[in-house]
Design a protein around this ligand. Structure first.
Ligand SMILES: NC(=O)c1ccc[n+]([C@@H]2O[C@H](COP(=O)([O-])OP(=O)(O)OC[C@H]3O[C@@H](n4cnc5c(N)ncnc54)[C@H](O)[C@@H]3O)[C@@H](O)[C@H]2O)c1
Length: 247
């Protein structure tokens, strides 16, 4: 897909799905701003820049904190002066049955997975409105649609992402900015490596395609929604799950 002359921000791009999204944009020649919690994001940006011959910068920080997001957007303005694509991908899990889940664990997952998408989108929309162009893609999950035992915090955050996506989409539709979400099923990343073997087998047994998805499967869906091919699609949730939701 062609992303030449587009400036794209991908949060949580040090590994997994975020990194795969960054690589699809880089293949399409986008200029990239990549974020993650640690400084390792600098090396990821350098690797991608050298591999695909595109400009890519890494910014470490906690995007659930408004000051960190303000700093991030200062860098975007200084370096590129505009933003065309924003992928709110960063996310964490802190699983446990609700009756044993601490309020802190509930809050921190909501903050990183949902509040960050609100803070980042707010800043992104301000820049996109100037250009009268924008694509925002938020990372939800099938767990946000159907719930999941042991993930009250995560499911609530991912359901919240769907409400946020639909609301933002309505608010900015007239400005030529689209806002959509992708809802992955079970994808092979560091996040799902932490899932216990038994739960993993149970998940896999429910997938009609009989295998976990790969980060690239999600990246292709994100890239489509961020491309000009999806210019009349807004407020939608694209499920990418090998058929898991059919069960
Ligand atoms: N892996 C799956 O099966 C799956 C399924 C559905 C949805 N998702 C969602 O896809 C997204 C990516 O998941 P993944 O499996 O690649 O995860 P991952 O754990 O491999 O990567 C998460 C990324 O988010 C970054 N991050 C975490 N907290 C952050 C913070 N406070 N500020 C900035 N960056 C932060 C990390 O640095 C990392 O780069 C998440 O939103 C996740 O909820 C994943």
């Amino acid at each position: 897909m062609d992303f030449e002359n587009k400036v794209a921000l991908v949060t949580g791009a040090s590994r997994g799905i975020g990194r795969a999204v960054a690589e699809v944009f880089a293949k399409g020649k986008a200029k990239l701003i990549l974020t993650a919690t640690t400084n390792s994001i600098d090396n990821v940006a350098k690797e991608i820049s050298e591999k695909y011959g595109v400009e890519a910068i890494g910014v470490a920080g906690d995007i659930s904190k408004e000051p960190d997001v303000k700093d991030l957007f200062k860098i975007i303005m200084e370096k590129f002066g505009r933003l065309d694509i924003c992928v709110n991908n960063a996310g964490i899990t802190k699983d446990g049955l609700s009756m044993r889940m601490s309020v802190e664990d509930f809050e921190s997952v909501i903050n990183v997975n949902l509040k960050s998408a609100f803070i980042v989108s707010k800043e992104a929309i301000l820049l996109m409105m100037r250009e009268k162009y924008g694509r925002i893609v938020n990372m939800s999950s099938i767990v946000g649609i159907r719930g999941n035992v042991g993930q009250a915090n995560y499911a609530a955050s991912k359901a919240g992402i769907i409400g946020l996506t639909k609301t933002l989409a309505s608010e900015v539709a007239k400005r030529n900015i689209t806002v959509n979400a992708v809802a992955p099923g079970f994808i092979d990343t560091d996040m799902t490596k932490a899932v216990a073997d038994k739960a993993r087998e149970e998940f896999l047994s429910l997938i009609p395609m009989n295998k976990a998805g790969q980060p690239e499967d999600i990246a292709e869906a994100v890239a489509f929604l961020a491309s000009d091919r999806a210019k009349y699609i807004t407020g939608q949730v694209l499920v990418v799950d090998g058929g898991l939701m059919l069960k």
